[in-house]
Design a protein around this ligand. Structure first.
Ligand code: CDP
Length: 238
């Protein structure tokens, strides 16, 4: 979204006290939903995403099955209490789009072709929204899928980057996102260096975009280490 005139950076610090290239405090937790095959909670500052995975399991009704491959279904939703004003629980254009790009961001990491006629369901619930919810949801989904035992080519790590008050920043919070000159959502398979999500809103020069993509890549590498850390913890204790 492009709005001008709002001071988001003062004396080199952002409204939440961060430096331009600083991520918010991040927390990750695995297996937070006991009824799921795998689940995870990811916190980026005040943004909290929960991902719950079911499957691979036989897909019904049968006419939805694909004989040569499994199907990945993703559903992103914001809880009514996740924002200041009540958010309608009904799907809207934004949540349908985010569900689709989440599926596209996660798809390349799964071996769906090895699970014909099945479905893997990924449900993402944003319980607190303060910017970068789609990427928080993708990070949570990636570790939830791993924790569910779904074979994966790589993890998927995601972050947002953007431009606020002429400065290039990482991990936008809600106010920054709503008043940014540009914001970019980015996801990567970190070991394979394969980009699976790239969305941009606003205007950037080519050089700014290149710099932001490098920043996003570096941030995703840090996020990947956190993802690996919680997964290692889980398997160490089992
Ligand atoms: O959340 P993300 O940055 O992935 O997507 P966005 O569509 O750019 O939304 C930016 C932010 O606006 C969200 O993270 C929420 O903090 C806020 N938002 C809101 O307050 N109410 C909505 N219905 C949708 C978004």
């Amino acid at each position: 979204m492009i709005k001008k005139g709002i001071k988001l950076i003062k004396n080199g610090k952002r409204i939440d006290g961060r430096l331009a290239k600083q991520l918010r405090d991040m927390e990750m937790k695995i297996d937070v939903i006991s009824t799921a095959d795998g689940s995870a909670k990811v916190k980026f500052g005040n943004t909290i995403a929960i991902a719950s995975v079911r499957g691979p399991r036989a897909l019904f009704p049968r006419h939805l099955q694909e004989s040569q491959t499994g199907i990945l279904r993703c559903k992103y939703a914001m809880a009514p209490f996740s924002v200041d004003e009540r958010k309608s629980p009904a799907p809207n254009r934004r949540s349908i789009e985010i569900s689709k790009v989440t599926r596209l961001a996660l798809g390349p990491t799964t071996f769906l072709e090895d699970f014909p006629k099945t479905v893997i369901d990924v449900f993402i619930e944003i319980i607190q929204a303060d910017g970068s919810t789609r990427v928080a949801g993708i990070n949570a989904s990636s570790i939830a899928l791993t924790s569910a035992g779904v074979p994966m080519r790589d993890l998927v790590s995601a972050c947002s980057v953007g431009k606020i008050n002429g400065t290039l920043v990482v991990d936008l919070n809600g106010e920054e996102d709503n008043n940014s000159e540009a914001d970019v959502a980015f996801a990567i398979l970190p070991s394979k260096d394969e980009v699976t999500l790239l969305q941009m809103d606003g205007l950037l020069t080519k050089d700014e975009l290149i710099e932001l993509l490098n920043l996003a890549k570096d941030s995703c590498k840090k996020i990947c280490e956190l993802q690996k850390g919680v997964l290692r913890e889980k398997y160490k204790s089992e």
